[in-house]
Unconditional design. Structure first.
Length: 151
């Protein structure tokens, strides 16, 4: 999954789901199902992007734009290519798109224990604004609600 070719982002297609689901299963204790991705991709307010290199999916982002808000629902990078700026690249692209659409605030939930993700979000300007007790059913772990003001 490594290589010198540049990574590129594009809209997620149904044909990407086998690779997306493989990454999802590696990254999350309660992975989204194929049906969840398919119904999200069909939603008029959802956006699903993949980042790929040499024909291989390296990661993906799923987010919604609703009125003046954006919500990042799911973002993942294959463990074999982490710490190379791919998550930052995807999030930066999502935030730039949100700004172009006059979105005012962006929200996400993150596991309290996910220090690397929290660090990335904080570097991009997100702040913890709340907590969802027991949000992650499989572990009972709390989620931190993070917000970024875009304008």
């Amino acid at each position: 999954m490594t290589g010198a070719a540049p990574a590129r982002m594009r809209k997620m297609g149904i044909e990407d789901l086998p690779e997306v689901l493989a990454i999802e299963k590696i990254c999350f204790l309660s992975p989204w199902t194929r049906g969840m991705f398919e119904s999200t991709m069909a939603s008029p307010i959802a956006n699903c992007l993949v980042i790929e290199r040499s024909g291989h999916i390296l990661g993906y982002a799923v987010f919604y734009f609703a009125g003046f808000e954006a919500h990042i629902m799911n973002i993942a990078v294959h463990p074999g290519v982490r710490r190379r700026g791919l998550a930052r690249e995807m999030l930066s692209r999502v935030l730039a798109l949100a700004r172009r659409k006059a979105v005012e605030e962006c929200f996400l939930e993150v596991r309290e224990s996910n220090i690397p993700a929290r660090g990335l979000y904080e570097k991009l300007g997100f702040e913890a604004v709340g907590r969802r007790k027991g949000y992650y059913q499989e572990s009972g772990e709390d989620a931190l609600v993070m917000k970024l003001r875009l304008c």
